[in-house]
Design a protein around this ligand. Structure first.
Ligand code: ADP
Length: 514
């Protein structure tokens, strides 16, 4: 079955749940094991019984049946010798054989218990033997001893017939017992064969069960899990429109449906986010473009207003009274502030246009250049500037210069009663190639509650007259740092006076062009 077209669910009958399948298989296996164990136990018991029968019953039975026949012959021989000689001691073999025969018959009767046919044959023999004893042997012995009528002789036809009948019964008995013994041996052999067949069948069954379990596991568990995993990985790798097809037993089919539902939700939400992001990028670009054009186009008329106001003040100084001069001063001041605002806005709108200008920048050299530019302010305020070794990072040199200029400029601007003391440092972070910079001063400081607000455009903490500024500087710093893939924040942990700004920059570029 191809991966694009996984096994469809048969909707004509509700498929069994995996739990039910496992329970059914377990039960079937248990029943099978029980059956097999029972059958093997029975067959084994049969082999043992048959073996015992052969060894302890039929072996001795054959011996005893043959002994019984031999006893009879011995009696006849003993009797004959006694009759011929009339010597009492020669009757001993007869009497001994008779005793032995009785013992053999008694034992044989025990051994043949449960075989009515053979017992009948034994009875036939004992009856025939008794008849011979009673009607032939005993009268002859009595005659020889003189306690009975004279012997008619052993060779009489009637005596012969009685003995022959007894011998024949004995021979039949021995033959039948031997045959029964052979049957028992054959039955034992058959029982062994049956046990071997059962063991072989069990081995085949176990093998078949293992194969069936493996197949079931593959078809019901491994296969569906593998397919679900493969499909999920494809979605995770980016193919978000790839449908996940539910597959396998109900549990996995349900899991597949849940994952598919999740995929759909994520895909829908992602489409919304992407649309919103595209819209945001577009409107941001529009805004930046607007800010750039507006500030660019506004600077020219503004310059004119300021220039002409100053011209007016210079050329008509004699004709203007003090109030007029003051009004002109306000107008010039307003125009200048607006120029500063526009220039800062322009700088802000320029950040983040492209990373094409990214090069290796020696931040130490950049700081030198910034400090040279601020030389007048530094000298006038009597400021001291300290620094550690500063690293080379990848970035836009002009933007990084603007970053340092704003931070050092603020440190100079927001000084307290003491002359400003500014320290610029950098230390490597655990993330390889990332540096954390710090610009610390001993000025008026910033309360922790304003730590976020100061980075928002036009947000100032002082009235206009107290400190000059447009409220754009730190917003510009944040935009520059974030454009370089870093982060800037006010350090609120530092004890003591002054403010410390920290920001991170990388040796290698971590941003892509917007
Ligand atoms: P501004 O043009 O007013 O300096 P910024 O965005 O640079 O605008 O700063 C925002 C506000 O943060 C400032 O108005 C000032 O109150 C405060 N600020 C910035 N830097 C410092 C500093 N080094 N010490 C104390 N206050 C500062």
């Amino acid at each position: 079955m191809s991966e694009a077209d996984p096994r469809p669910i048969d909707s004509s009958r509700p498929p069994w749940s995996l739990r039910r399948r496992v329970a059914a298989i377990t039960l079937a296996l248990l029943a099978l094991v029980l059956l097999v164990v029972l059958a093997i136990a029975l067959a084994l018991g049969n082999v043992v019984t048959k073996g015992n029968d052969t060894v302890y019953r039929w072996g001795p039975a054959v011996t005893r049946s043959e002994a019984v026949l031999a006893d009879l012959t011995n009696q006849q021989t003993g009797l004959r010798d006694y009759l011929l000689t009339g010597r009492t001691e020669l009757l001993q073999p007869y009497t001994e054989s008779l005793t032995t025969q009785q013992a053999d018959v008694a034992r044989l009767r025990q051994l043949l218990r449960g075989s009515p046919g053979l017992l009948r044959r034994l009875d036939t023999f004992t009856t025939a033997a008794d008849t011979w004893h009673r009607e032939t042997a005993d009268p002859l012995i009595a005659a020889v001893r003189g306690t009975g009528p004279p012997p008619t002789g052993l060779d009489s036809a009637a005596d012969e017939a009685r003995f022959a009948a007894a011998r024949q019964a004995g021979t039949d008995l021995a033959g039948a017992v031997t045959e029964a013994s052979a049957d028992a041996r054959a039955a034992r052999k058959n029982a062994i064969v049956l046990l071997s067949v059962l063991l072989a069948a069990t081995a085949v069954l176990v093998l078949a069960a293992i194969l069936a379990i493996w197949r079931g596991l593959h078809r019901w568990v491994l296969g569906p899990v593998e397919r679900l995993g493969r499909q999920s990985r494809q979605v995770a790798a980016g193919a978000r429109t790839r449908r996940i097809v539910p597959d396998g037993p109900p549990e996995f089919a349900e899991l597949g449906s849940d994952v598919e539902q999740m995929r759909r939700q994520i895909a829908d939400e992602l489409a919304l986010v992407q649309a919103a992001q595209a819209e945001l990028v577009r409107s941001n670009a529009d805004l930046e473009q607007f800010a750039y054009v507006a500030s660019h186009d506004l600077s020219e008329p503004l310059r004119k207003v300021a220039n002409f106001c100053q011209l007016l003040e210079r050329q008509y100084a004699d004709e203007l009274d003090d109030q007029a001069k003051q009004y002109i001063g306000f107008a010039v001041d307003g125009a200048k502030r607006m120029q500063a605002l526009i220039s800062d806005l322009l700088a802000l709108s320029r950040v983040g246009r492209t990373t094409d200008s990214f090069v290796d920048v020696d931040t130490g050299a950049v700081l030198d250049q910034v400090l040279a530019g601020l030389d007048d302010q530094i000298r006038m305020s009597g400021a001291g500037v300290g620094r550690s070794d500063l690293p080379t990072v990848e970035g836009d040199p002009d933007l990084l210069a603007a970053l340092f200029e704003n931070l050092v400029g603020n440190a100079l601007k927001y000084h307290g009663d003491e002359p400003p003391l500014i320290v610029v440092t950098a230390r490597p972070l655990r993330d390889e190639g990332v540096w954390q910079f710090a610009v610390a001063d001993n000025g008026i400081g910033i309360e922790a509650q304003y730590a976020e607000r100061i980075f928002t455009i036009f947000q100032r903490l002082h009235v206009r007259g107290a400190y000059e500024g447009t409220g754009i500087g730190l917003a510009l710093c944040r935009k520059i740092v974030e454009f370089h893939g870093g982060r800037i924040w006010l350090d609120t942990d530092g004890a003591g006076q002054g403010a410390t700004f920290r920001f991170t920059l990388s040796e290698r570029r971590t941003v892509s062009a917007p």
